[in-house]
Design a protein around this ligand. Sequence first.
Ligand code: FE2
Ligand code: FE2
Length: 183
Amino acid sequence: MLPIGPLMIEHRLIEKMIQVMMHQLDHIRAGNNVDSSLIETITDFIRAYADRCHHGKEEDILFRELAKKVISSEHKKIIEQLVEDHTLGRKITKSLVEANQKYRQGDQKALPVITDCLHSLVTFYPKHIEKEDKRFFLPVMAYFTEQEKDAMLAEGHEFDSNLLHEEYKNIVKQAESRIPHQP
Ligand SMILES: [Fe+2]
Ligand SMILES: [Fe+2]
């Protein structure tokens, strides 16, 4: 498998969550209450999967290796755009998490912020995925030897496996912090 194989498979799961987000956006726009726990599930997914796991492999493996190669100015430009998109995604997700917390505490002013954030994410993210899938991933594979591609694929597997352990270490850490301090 090419190192972009797992990335493309991950895109399909992210697209499914985008559908959930579109559904929730329509639901809110129809005058219904925000499903705050669903928003939390969505933002947890974006942070842990779409950003840390998926963008992590793109930036820390694929883009890092491309930076060592002489690549076309078009591909350089696309990488810059993709990194900017990742940064924008993080910013919108942070705003969505904050607005959702405020909404949960009864702040109705948070409602338009939630719809704006959802709207931004469902608008820009499919375009981002399309750019990678249709204009970037396959053409940039030509810069690498078979050995280099295999090494990136293996590094991606290791990256995922480390993340799993990191996630559960954090869960235990958070749980420990809830133990009342002994006098
Ligand atoms: Fe990306
Ligand atoms: Fe991606």
